[in-house]
Design a protein around this ligand. Structure first.
Ligand code: PMP
Length: 427
């Protein structure tokens, strides 16, 4: 049993010694002391079904034994910087990752986070094209350093950094957007930005295929092929941010961009790829990768032996346990059950997403689509009391984000939906 400090003691220390901008879920925050696959346990040993951990970090499941084993073996052998010496872990993981990529996307740069991966991708695009202008989407989240905060377009996450050379295009949001599900119409805005807001040449375009932080928004069908077309005509590179939608989560495909039938020039990833170990990556073509030989790109720990050993173990588990297939089967079932809830409750305005990346948007009025912010928070709290954790997001904070570890089962899906059903019914 757990004998460490209580939630109250931890909270007091956090208040005194940690960043005042740190936030936590729930009015009475959860003290998580153990994790096992799709479950988390609090200080009293109470079990919670983790419907959100998949995005936070974990794709195979908390403390998956194969991943833990790989980490322990590696740390007992050697942990060091990525650069200077040879080690097989980084080369093996790079090879395995490249084998998951289409086309000529086969050169991997490792980083420690999603922010770093996107910073590097944006710099590569700028170096390769000699241009500065990058187009990203409204409602996007790509990171919190200088360039990526510029590409991020949600005010909650923005500080006053110089956003030089970033333009935000109309979000192809099928639920709230003006053009509904017509992806090509939204993509016209990318062409307009290029024509009216730049020299006609751009460095690139960055987006997710399904926006995570933005509230599980699947870009309208046909958007990426059209947007990529405009960007490439203007000499730019297309970057796909797979930090959330990648790694089998969408079920039908391994990468989010595949759901739109495009092949990017640069792919970035992080979060789940290390199953909780800090690890990010940028994958591009040999020709584009060449630009970084103009100077040296140095990253002390990006791709170190420990993290890449974990990354390789994750890929092996995904294959061994058919986790992509599981995301499809369980995700489709879960979406069906959530859609049935929508028929039952007026407050559910939209159910969307693919595989185990699902969103439920709450509105007080289906016509006006008025965000039901307080209700979203309330249901989340009630579900936690029932032992189910989910996340929330979207610009208005009124979208449940359901992104469990990929080992989620149909029984877990039933429990999650039943808890949501009960919580809404009691509201
Ligand atoms: N891209 C996307 C799509 C993300 O969701 C996030 C994190 N929320 C990032 C990039 C940044 O990743 P990190 O927090 O690891 O820097």
């Amino acid at each position: 049993p757990y004998t460490g400090p209580s939630a109250e003691e931890i909270l007091a220390k956090r208040k005194e010694y940690l960043s005042p901008s740190l936030f936590h879920f729930f009015s009475k925050p959860l003290n998580v002391v153990d994790g096992k696959m799709q479950y988390l346990f609090d200080e009293n040993g109470r079990r919670y079904l983790d419907g959100f951990g998949g995005i936070a970090t974990v794709c195979c499941g908390h403390c998956h034994p194969d991943v833990v084993d790989a980490i322990v073996k590696q740390i007992n052998r050697i942990q060091h910087s990525t650069v200077l010496y040879l080690n097989h872990a980084i080369a093996d993981f790079a090879e395995a990752l490249a084998s998951k990529m289409p086309g000529n996307l086969k050169v991997v740069f490792f980083t420690n986070s999603g922010t770093e991966a996107n910073e590097l991708a944006m710099m590569i695009a700028r170096l390769y094209t000699g241009c500065q202008d990058i187009i990203s989407l409204r409602n996007a989240y790509h990171g919190n350093a200088a360039a990526t905060m510029g590409a991020t377009a949600q005010s909650v996450w923005k500080f006053n950094v110089i956003q030089s050379g970033v333009h935000h295009a109309l979000n192809p949001d099928p639920y709230r957007g003006v053009f509904g599900s017509d992806g090509e119409k939204y993509a016209k805005d990318v062409q307009d930005i290029i024509d009216f807001g730049t020299t006609g040449h751009v460095a690139g375009f960055i987006s997710e295929a399904i926006q995570g932080v933005g509230g599980i928004i699947e870009l309208a069908p046909g958007y990426l092929p059209a947007a990529y077309g405009s960007v490439r005509k203007a000499g730019g590179l297309c970057i796909s941010d797979e930090v959330q939608a990648g790694f089998g989560r969408t079920g039908n495909h391994f990468w989010g961009f595949e759901t739109q039938g495009v092949v990017p020039d640069i792919v970035t990833m992080a979060k789940g790829i290390g199953n909780g170990i800090p690890l990010g990556a940028v994958v591009t073509t040999p020709e584009i990768a060449e630009v970084l030989t103009r100077r040296s790109y140095f990253n002390t720990f990006g791709g170190n032996p420990l993290c890449t050993a974990a990354g390789l173990a994750v890929l092996k588990v995904m294959e061994k346990e058919n986790l992509q297939e599981n995301a499809l089967v369980v995700g489709s079932y879960l979406k069906k059950r959530l859609t049935e809830l929508k028929d039952k409750y007026e407050i559910i305005g939209d159910v969307r997403g693919k595989g185990l990346m699902l969103g439920v948007e709450l509105v007080t009025d289906r016509q006006q689509k008025t965000p039901a912010k307080a209700e979203t928070l309330h249901v989340m709290e009630q579900m936690k009391e029932l032992g189910v954790l989910i996340g929330k997001g979207g610009f208005y904070g009124n979208v449940f984000r359901i992104t469990p570890p990929l080992c989620f089962t149909k029984e877990d899906a039933d429990f999650l939906v039943d808890a949501m059903d009960y919580s809404i019914s009691k509201m």
